[in-house]
Design a protein around this ligand. Structure first.
Ligand SMILES: Cc1cc2nc3c(=O)[nH]c(=O)nc-3n(C[C@H](O)[C@H](O)[C@H](O)COP(=O)(O)OP(=O)(O)OC[C@H]3O[C@@H](n4cnc5c(N)ncnc54)[C@H](O)[C@@H]3O)c2cc1C
Length: 488
């Protein structure tokens, strides 16, 4: 069958690979100049930055996606285990926390803050294990097409205490505020407020301890390049609309006016724009997008030894910061950031003796009343001054030789992200599983979804597992056998 995938984000590419593996004739249409979506890459002055995702988890999900497209992941991409995965600095603490997948080392890190909490690591992981198995491994890989599917999962989640807020769940085990933060911030990776998302997202901590955190040589973009290689990906051609007749898709029309007939359309575009693409009125139930992000990509002349491959810098009023960026209407006044310095693992990612630094600061999305024309420069200067003053990156400002940035306006303009969201739909209980955008459209036959906005959600493993769910639905709907990878 002829299939068109709208968008070459990681989810779109993974769905295309799987459909091609099933024997469909697949074309991917991407609006930007190159594939990747949020997983884009910038190069300038000898520096290379992954603009979005940088930490790879659950590598077996990647192996699976490649295998389903007839490729051997390890012949295409070289992964390196990060040890530790990241370091956390708090402005209010002299101690830092290194997150390891080795349980003894992790326990020793907790003990730097509280011996009592260190003894709680095993009970904590034991409580997360079934949440990971039921919530991620099982529920993350099946479609939630009916409310009954969701109702079936709920009693298990309630029994495992996975519906209570993540921070509160973590606080059942750990007492020290820093330890609680170190084991709950992970939902921010997918745009979720740790004080509000259900503890099902605690599974993100568990999977890091189980499977480690990884770096791909060449950056995350090497995954994109490898996935795009066997596919027909046409870049620089946005899809303007999805055509349909008698309740079934018939093709897509590009912004340039070209019509591509298709039996199957898989949309990797922002799910909040689906009604615009198919020409129906906006849904009555409004799904809520996540916060946005302000990103700085810096090339420096010197190296900053405080930075590991991944580093988190947490401000003293962290909780107010999270509230401000997820629900506030103004810029936060303190900054908690995530920093990627890939040249710690792959020196060629930076020029000379310098660092290649990508800084991620969560910020309110465009629903907030922030004028990014003026805010962008002010925020950039304040952030760099804060790194120098609070976190000891003395001389950072003077050391910068190349610089780029991305604001919520760029998320909207470049990626078509509604309200400039950075991570698609908020991962709340009311927007999970059945209540999220389903992987198969409820009205039009032949229309499917993939990416951060559909089930199971954002993050590299999330969108890749979503591609599996979607491709399996296509196979089931068309009497084809899915080409499965090794799986778990
Ligand atoms: C700053 C940042 C850091 C992150 N860090 C991590 C991390 O460390 N680890 C992790 O696992 N995850 C991370 N994530 C999340 C992860 O990057 C995303 O969830 C994932 O990459 C999204 O993939 P997607 O399939 O939803 O596609 P997207 O990346 O959203 O791509 C969608 C594509 O569709 C295209 N498109 C949209 N509309 C059209 C149209 N009409 N016609 C044609 N093309 C269209 C867009 O141009 C885009 O290329 C991060 C995200 C961000 C923003």
């Amino acid at each position: 069958m002829k299939a068109v995938v709208i968008g070459a984000g990681l989810g779109g590419l993974a769905a295309a690979l799987r459909l091609q593996g099933q024997g469909h004739d697949v074309t991917v249409i991407e609006a930007r100049d190159k594939p990747g979506g949020r997983a884009y890459q910038l190069r300038d002055g000898g520096f290379t930055w992954d603009t979005g995702p940088s930490l790879i988890t659950m590598p077996w999900v990647l192996e699976d996606a490649f295998a389903a497209g007839g490729m051997d992941f390890h012949s295409e991409v070289t992964l390196r285990r990060l040890d530790p995965m990241y370091r956390i600095y708090w402005s209010s603490e002299t101690e830092s926390f290194d997150f390891y997948d080795d349980r003894d080392k992790l326990r020793a890190e907790i003990a730097k803050f509280s011996a009592k909490d260190a003894a709680q690591l095993e009970p904590f992981l034991a409580a997360l294990k079934p949440i990971y198995e039921h919530g991620i491994l099982a529920a993350g890989r099946k479609p939630f097409l009916s409310a009954r599917d969701f109702a079936g999962l709920l009693p298990t989640m309630l029994r495992l205490d996975a519906a209570r807020p993540l921070y509160s769940f973590v606080s059942r085990f750990f007492e020290h505020p820093r330890v609680r933060e170190a084991f709950s911030f992970h939902s921010l990776f997918i745009g979720g407020d740790p004080y509000r998302v259900p503890a099902i997202y605690g599974a993100l901590v568990y999977l890091q301890v189980m499977d480690g955190g990884w770096y791909a040589d060449g950056g995350v973009y090497s995954l994109v390049e490898a996935m795009a290689r066997p596919l027909d990906v046409r870049c620089g051609e946005g899809v303007e609309r999805i055509e349909h007749s008698a309740g079934r898709v018939t093709g897509v029309v590009t912004r340039g006016g070209e019509r591509l007939p298709a039996d199957l359309v898989i949309s990797n575009a922002d799910v909040l724009r689906t009604h615009e693409l198919v020409g129906r009125s906006a849904p009555r139930r409004k799904l809520v997008p996540t916060m946005s992000a302000f990103l700085l990509y810096l090339g420096t002349r010197e190296r900053f030894p405080q930075l590991l491959h991944h580093t988190l810098m947490v401000s003293s009023n962290y909780r107010e910061f999270i509230t401000a960026v997820t629900r506030g209407k103004e810029l936060p006044t303190s900054y908690s950031t995530y920093i990627h310095a890939p040249n710690r693992t792959e020196p060629g990612m930076a020029a000379g003796e310098g660092d290649s630094i990508a800084v991620l600061l969560p910020v309110p999305n465009l629903r907030a009343d922030i004028d990014w024309k003026t805010a962008s420069d002010e925020l950039r200067d304040a952030l760099i001054a804060d790194f120098e003053r609070t976190f000891g990156l003395t001389g950072l400002s003077a050391s910068i030789s190349v610089e780029h940035r991305m604001t919520p306006v760029d998320f909207q303009r470049e990626l078509g992200a509604v309200s400039g969201n950075a991570f698609a739909l908020e991962p709340t209980l009311q927007q999970s599983a059945y209540f999220r955008q389903p992987n198969r459209d409820r009205q039009l036959r032949g229309l499917y979804f993939v990416g951060g906005g559909t089930h199971p959600g954002a993050g590299i493993p999330g969108v890749l597992m979503g591609a599996e769910v979607t491709a399996d639905l296509v196979a089931a709907d068309h009497g084809l056998r899915p080409r499965m990878g090794a799986g778990r």
